[in-house]
Design a protein around this ligand. Sequence first.
Ligand code: NAP
Length: 298
Amino acid sequence: MHVFVTGASGWIGSAVVDDLLAAGHEVTGLARSDASAKALEAKGVRVRRGDLDDPGSIRAGAEAAQAVIHLANKHDFTNPANSSAAERTAVQTIGDALAGSGRPFLLASGIAGLAADRPSTEADASPFHGPDSPRGGSENLALEFVDRGVHTVSLRFAPTVHGIGDHGFIAVIAAIAREKGVSGYPGDGSNRWAAVHRSDAARLVTLALEKAPAGSRLHVTAEEGVTTREIAEALGRALNLPVASIPQDKVQDHFGWMCRYISMNGAATSTVTQELLGWTPTGPTLVADIDAGGYSKA
Ligand SMILES: NC(=O)c1ccc[n+]([C@@H]2O[C@H](COP(=O)([O-])OP(=O)(O)OC[C@H]3O[C@@H](n4cnc5c(N)ncnc54)[C@H](OP(=O)(O)O)[C@@H]3O)[C@@H](O)[C@H]2O)c1
């Protein structure tokens, strides 16, 4: 299949591209810079120059392909409204471009906010609707396109898609620990995050492209939940720093914009996804990756 991938140069996207190519698919990647274009070309990927701020480039890429995997995100965590607006525009643009075609449209989503006090499941609908909600309500917007003849599949990634070279949330938490001289966790550290190794996530995306029914909400999670205390303890070992609880009234000050993420319930099961796709994660656990030095360097 000829697949247009936005975010093809990113942490997850670059592994997804490798897996798609290995499975025999043809890939065109969106690139917003010379460096990203060069990295994609070196893999034998066709490049479409463009930007999330240029919906015309996204539309043209979607129209020219047999499927779209949308992974690009601005990740402007200090101004989430900026990322959400771009995300919503991209999803609307891709949906409009694919309407009536029956072609697959896979998009990145997340676990946050699906369930308050238990691991979320694939049956949990996202409560986020509209432009002012997290990620601009993009999952629900994309799923609305199923009724307009688009084969939408939501990829709900674990809060940490980990591995060597990760610059996501765990790398940010490690940087905060280095800066503060202590590897902290919020309160009693009992809140949990689901986790998945990057290689397992990439494999799942290819399987989802090939097998997931329209309207699927898939959980790209291997470990159901690792406590924030276990994460802090592993980072403490890796960075040779003391480990401490950060009292609830100091969590915002200590973690800054990461506060809302490190405090959330991010636990999730993937039983339905594993059975649906015949997907069995085999990569290292999050703590094994931290212990192996994946987050030891600044
Ligand atoms: N990593 C995780 O643990 C995790 C967890 C949950 C959900 N997710 C979601 O999964 C998706 C992929 O995440 P990731 O970790 O791979 O992110 P990433 O490493 O930060 O990569 C982001 C990608 O988006 C591209 N991009 C950023 N701004 C752009 C713009 N204005 N126009 C066009 N492209 C732009 C980047 O291009 P350049 O290479 O040129 O910068 C890069 O290819 C995102 O939607 C993310 O929110 C990730």
